[in-house]
Write a protein that binds this ligand. Sequence first.
Ligand code: NAD
Length: 285
Amino acid sequence: MQILDGKALAKKIEENVSYEAKLFKQTTGRVPGLAVILVGHDPASQAYVGMKKKACDRAGFYSVTHEMPDDISQDAIIKTITMMNDNPNIDGILIQLPLPNHIDTTKILEVVTPSKDVDGFHPFNVGRLTTGLDGFVPCTPLGVMELLAEYNIDPKGKDAVIVGASNIVGKPMAALLLNANATVTVTHIFTKDLKAHTLQADILLVGAGVINLIREDMVKDDAIVIDIGINRTDDGRLVGDVDYDAVAPKTSYITPVPGGVGPMTISMLLSNTLKAAKNHANEAQ
Ligand code: NAD
């Protein structure tokens, strides 16, 4: 069993992004810029936004966080996004999810101009991903693909089973794996017999948000297991969706939580923002 070390790879990617950001500054006179919109006071969202801001600082990016109260109107959020769309110092716009219930998340995500949609949630970029065209790909599944590539794991011809079908994790993960010629199965809360599917997986990718959802008897020998889940236990520990201690010994590769997919997500955000900045600089020429 080998651990897929997302922390180490993320560090390497961040160093490369920082270097490229310096070169970008030399040629354009400015640094890549990220705007984050944070609505409400959810502690997990605040923690994620804090981590993203720190990563921007490390990479030498400009970043600004627009913090808004829980009861903010949809129009006020849209106004701020429109301002960021028009701001030439901003290359990427990130809406920290979830948004409060009175806000139409789909509508908000559609306001972000596709060239600044570094989270890859705009239908324009979702369409480009499913068609196999270049665009912005959601950071978490993109990070998983980078991690597989780093360890020379080629999904081509493999049976990939995804647990979880959200727009953020499961669906884009499926599109990326299909584009990489894997045979993809997507399971979710209404799947009749989860174990029957997970047992078929050469690559099992789990992002459901349920502690210990995947037990040892649900994984075949030598499977590659990617745990995307991030959950906090009652005693405050961070764990994934896979019963790591029981499952790890029978896998060929596995991601730990923390230190697996999580750090990759942040480094992909930096890399998407750098990509947006380069695109904007090229368009301006
Ligand atoms: P979500 O709630 O939007 O979606 C969960 C998905 O899992 C749904 O499709 C649901 O049908 C499925 N599911 C739930 N319970 C299930 C069960 N018992 N059996 C089968 N399927 C089940 O959540 P999300 O935003 O996609 O996040 C999923 C997990 O990934 C969470 O733990 C989240 O914290 C984590 N996450 C991690 C990162 C990262 O950087 N590593 C990024 C985003 C999300």
